[in-house]
Structures are given as C-alpha cells and as structure tokens.
Design a binder for this molecule. Sequence first.
Ligand SMILES: [Zn+2]
Ligand SMILES: [Zn+2]
Ligand SMILES: [Zn+2]
Length: 434
Amino acid sequence: MEELPTTLIDLLSNAIVLRQTAPYIPIASLLALSATCRTFRDIITTQKDVWRYLDLTKTAQIDTSPIDVGGVTWRTERMDESLTEDDFYAGPLRGICSHLHQRSILSFVQTLVLDGLSVPADLVREIVTEDRYNVRVFSIREAKHLNVSILQQVLRYIVRPTRAAGTPKLKALYLFGPKDAARYMIGQQQRLEGSQALGVMASEGAQIGAEWNQRSSDTLSTSLGDEETKWYNATGRALRKPQSDWPDTLVACLGLICFDAVLCRGPRHDITKVQSRNFLQPTIATVALGSAGCEICHTCPEGPTVFGRSTASASPLLGPVPTHASNVRAAQYPHRRCKDGSMPKLILRCEDCLRGRWCERCNRWWCETCYEEPVSRAHPRSELQQIEAREDMQRNGWNGTAPGQPVKVYSKLCVEHCLVSEMMSGAGSNGMWG
Ligand SMILES: [Zn+2]
Ligand SMILES: [Zn+2]
Ligand SMILES: [Zn+2]
C-alpha cells in the first residue's frame, strides 16, 4: 500500500519540530489553526513549547498607530470616566493577555517581546509581579507610553530586599537597545570605511573613510550585523547615554536582572581603588572598545569581561531576543571566538572614564594604569581655551603642555594618528605644515 504523505498534524506532533517552528508562527495563526480541529487544538493549547516565546510585535491587531484596530473595540466598550491613560494604552495588550490566560496559555510564556508597542509601566508591573505570568526574558525596547520613572520603581520593587523567595521571575530585560526591526546593520561598505558605526562619528563618514583601523579588520570576516558585533567590536559609541537615574536602578538589580546594557566597571567607579576626588558615580557603559585593550598594556585595569567567566551582570544581553531558550545565558551568549577558540574579550566603558584617554575616531585608548592624563588638561576647557591650547601645541610640539608625559589624546583625537592626519588635511588652508 502506498504510504500517505506527511500531514501538518504529523509534523507538529513532533516535539522538536513544534518547538523550532512555533516562535515563527504569529499568535493569530496559531489560534486560527487551533480552531480548525480538536487535534490541532490539543497540540497547540497544551504544549508549553508552543507559547514559550511570544512576540506580539507582529500581531497586526495591536498596531501602534494612535487609533489601532484591536484597541478600538476594546476602548469603545470601556470608554468611561474611570479609564486612566495607562488603561487606555495598555488595553489592547491587556486584552490579548487575558484572552491567553482564559485559555490557560499565558503561564507558558517565558519570553515576551513587546518592542515598539504601547506598553505603559502599569502593564509591565502586572507582567513582572502577577502570578499568572512567568515571563523570564522580557523585551520592551522602544516601547511607547512607557513612563520610565514608574518602570524604575517597578524594577526596584521586584528586587527589594524583602521580596519573596524565588522572585523576581524576570531575569533579563531588553530595554535600552533598538528594537530588532530597526537594528542597525553594518553594511560591508560601512565596515570598510571605518570602525565606528554609531553615534556622532557616523556623521563624519568622510573623515573616517580615510582612517582604516586595523583593529576592526579582524572582525570583518564575520557577517554579523547585530548587537554582538556592536558590543564586541571596537564600535566606539554603541549606545545613546540612558537617563541619569538608570545606573542606580541597574545597581539595585545587580545579580538579579540583566539588561541589554551594563554598568561601567572602570576603576574610577570603585571607591576602594581611587581617591575620592577621582571617584565617578555608577554609570552605564556606552562605549565599546573592542578586545585589543589599552594601547600600552593591551588589556584594562578592571580585566576584560569574558562570557562564562565574568559575572553575568558584566555582559550585555544581545539582540535579537533568543527564540529557543528563555534564559540569561542564551541572551548573552556570543557566537564569535578568538583565534585559539576561546571566548572573546569584552571591554566596555562609560565616556566619563574615557575622557582624555580615548580617540573617538580610531578607538585607540590608554588605560588609567598606563597613562595619567596631564593635570593641565584634566579640567574641561572653554572652546576659546581649547583653541589657544591647540595653538600652543602647534608652536611647542605635543609635549608642550605636559612635561614628562606626551599627550595621547587631544580634542577627542589621538595625537599620534588622527589629530596629525586631521591637521595635515587642513594644512593647505593655513600653510602651517606646508
Ligand atoms: Zn594600559
Ligand atoms: Zn566609567
Ligand atoms: Zn585616533
């Protein structure tokens, strides 16, 4: 007898196939499929793996336009005076969640992606505190109508010292980076032009084009254009500086919740390592320095972060949100390896630490151990003072303002390579170097 062709039911009855496929099927299609017959319904509504990863950003009904399709009915039914602004914006997502809860599916969800959607802080509070949710990896990048102060309060609440044992359930929060749909991709051309892909340097493409940085050439072979590349390469500015009160929240969450950004571990943030006048408050690391380390010692005083060896809070969560595992390890796991097969080194710093010791164009930098910034330059100057000092330096040579130790970085450029090349390129106009 001829064998019958494999049916969709045969396929989805296979746990492995189901687990690998489910994250790619929109929730509406899953529910529609489950409505077709009892067998599909049993497979889809009773298998935890089908719902472990839930990405609602692709659900058309909760489009983020002000008057969205799914929200209209919900809102018109409830448009009374008791409706708060948060209720209004949370309505569509809350509707979906309560629908899933009624079908006993909601508790299966361990990874929830709500990037770019309307996610008021009150809804976040429900998701991270209520028993019916089991969300461990949560992504709310570029969420709308999200009150950041309330969100910080919610996070501090769930990590409070008097919290219940086994809480918080939330282990990983994607919040600071761009949502995947809009994530930046390093095009081949851009990578050939220089190492910086983000931040102010992006606008200086023409200048950067002249500066080919050997450091980034090692990583050119990889075609990764995602957040692993952004953090592990010498990208320079990798993240827009978050609001000033975030570092304290990250400190409160240390060891409990990981984020897609980390605190700077530079020695000046450690009061046991520096004099109080040099101490810097906790700050989020926004600059990716690559793995090459300081120009002189080829490492960094705090020691590079290495996945699996350093504490989990030292590695940023990497986008895109992992689809097949709902844990911090999967979210932080770098896929690249060093030439000897070992895990790559990660050096991330804040701009405060790097002031005067990091070239914003080529990303060379000099650490606190190897290079003491000349005292005369340690204080911020006015623009006029900078111009005067620059003229001084041209007259007296680069050692002019700092007897003993040559200045490494001037006007945010390394003196040896980038500043010289910039001045040479401008030489024609003033004749100084001609
Ligand atoms: Zn050094
Ligand atoms: Zn720092
Ligand atoms: Zn430079």
